[in-house]
Ligand binder design. Structure first.
Ligand code: UD1
Ligand code: CA
Length: 451
């Protein structure tokens, strides 16, 4: 646990997200390949909290699965943000005397641990009981306005629907994130009523209720991008765009060359080492780790792959889960690799499928090589030894083993093992009939003339 006050986190995710028009709960929609609520958890986890609880609506078992091992708690009726936080109280009952409570929203995937640290710092240094995260949206419609007192403390938050015209002109809005003394907040939550325009229990009432008994609120301001919530598919796309920009910037700061950054799509967990060069139009699905000096050429699609130093991938390569590409290996155009280890210096340069295979160091996989790994029921393994040479247009019918330094003749369909240093050849023997082509043409010409 980090130094300072122990922390509890409640993430609100009970909203159905009607505007998404989706069968799945809003917070499970993905940004950079990770459900939004997991992004929020990731940021929260970096604060090393003692507890995190996620408040969900009824019938959202998928969220419980996605946030495990953190618990979910069901808010039976959507009575407002104060009610939602109150719902989580049972999970906090055994906390200590002096602990903090942080409220986050499950549909805000862009929040960073740095900003949450600033909230903590602001609370510590100002001595305020409650710190509210403020921002200035280009269009404040719909947000709660933060009304500051002369001394800079927060006087009240008024919701759009309850605000006067003058209050609506306030640019500073509440982003929905709040850090406060946990016990104090739970006490105040008991006093919140629903006597307002929406008939909801407003979390924002804690400002007024706290102030009335001398508990001060302050505002910590952050940039718009971090707290933009997602309510529709186009806002989801906007969040994705911002997240991609963030991931690309981070990669470049760590010494990765993105030749045309806007065309590279990264996953939340993509790991690119220094001096990796990524050419335009490359997609990184989840679980890709790339070592130093690797070059990835255009139109490659990678997912669940590990690539060792100095390898060269693409253009037009497809690496599927379980691909392990060795040092200085080559994977060229229209090569698909799945659950296969390609040894150091091995080459599969053109038009191949390697699935459930092991390829030894420096082996050469000719154009059009196919590992026939699936018989309609089970997957089988192909083992290709170090230094082996597989001729073009070869089908390796698995399970099969090609020995070290063996050669397989082009066009072979290999169904049995080929020992080390042997030549395996499995194709019809060639016949040559001298002058047969000329005779054939002469025949055709004659028959045309006589008809
Ligand atoms: C809320 C704030 C507003 C702030 C805005 C920021 C209140 C009263 N208003 O307004 O000041 O500017 O967020 O986005 O708090 N939720 C539940 N259970 C509920 C109600 C809400 O879990 O009963 C969750 C929703 O899933 C959502 C979040 O709380 O993630 C915010 O709820 P929403 O109804 O969207 O609040 P706003 O009206 O936008
Ligand atoms: Ca909202």
């Amino acid at each position: 646990m980090s130094e300072g006050t122990p922390l509890n986190v409640v993430i609100l995710a009970a909203g159905q997200g009607t505007r998404m028009r989706s069968a799945k709960p809003k917070v499970l929609h993905e940004v950079a390949g990770l459900p939004m609520v997991r992004h929020v958890l990731k940021a929260a986890e970096q604060l090393e909290p003692s507890r995190i609880a996620v408040v969900v609506g009824p019938d959202m078992p998928q969220i419980a699965e996605a946030v495990a091992p953190w618990p979910v708690i069901v808010q039976q009726q959507r009575l407002g943000t104060a009610d939602a936080v109150r719902t989580a109280a049972p999970l906090l009952k055994d906390m200590g005397e002096k602990e903090d409570l942080l409220v986050l929203y499950g549909d805000g995937p862009l929040i960073t641990a740095e900003t949450l640290h600033v909230l903590q710092e602001q609370k510590r240094s100002s001595g305020a009981e409650l710190v509210w995260l403020g921002f200035r949206p280009p269009d404040p419609t719909g947000y709660g306005r933060l009304l500051l007192a002369e001394d800079g403390t927060l006087e009240a938050i008024v919701e759009e629907k309850d605000a006067s015209d003058e209050q609506r002109r306030v640019a500073l809005c509440w982003a929905g994130y709040l850090l406060g003394d946990a016990r104090g907040m739970l006490e105040l939550l008991e006093q919140v009523d629903n006597d307002n325009a929406k008939g909801e229990y407003y979390l924002t009432d804690l400002v007024r209720l706290g102030r009335a008994i001398g508990r001060m609120s302050r505002v910590s301001e952050c940039g718009v991008d971090e707290v933009t919530g997602v309510n529709s598919r186009s806002e989801l796309a906007q969040a994705e765009k911002l997240m991609q920009e963030r991931l690309r910037r981070r990669a470049m700061e760590q010494g990765v060359t993105l030749v045309d950054p806007d065309t590279v799509w990264l996953s939340h967990d993509t790991e690119l080492a220094t001096d990796v060069v990524v050419h335009p139009n490359v997609v990184f699905g989840p679980g890709v780790r790339v070592a130093e000096g690797v070059e990835i050429l255009s139109f490659s699609h990678l997912e669940g792959a590990r690539i060792a130093e100095g390898a060269r991938i693409g253009p037009y390569a497809r690496l599927r889960p379980g691909s392990e590409i060795g040092e200085k290996a080559r994977v060229g155009n229209f090569v698909e690799i799945k659950a296969t280890r390609l040894g150091a210096g091995a080459k599969a340069n053109h038009l191949s499928y390697l699935g459930d295979a092991t390829v030894g160091a420096d082996a050469n996989i000719g154009a059009g090589t196919i590992t026939c790994n699936y018989d309609g029921y089970d997957k089988h393994h192909s083992d290709i030894g170090a230094g082996a040479f597989i001729g073009s247009n070869t089908a390796l019918v698995a399970p099969v083993r090609i020995g070290a330094n063996a050669i397989v003749g082009a066009g072979s369909t290999i169904t049995g093992d080929v020992p080390d240093d042997a030549l395996g050849l499995a194709r019809a023997e060639q016949t040559v009939r001298p002058d047969a082509a000329a005779r054939f043409r002469a025949q055709r010409k004659n028959s045309k003339e006589t008809s």
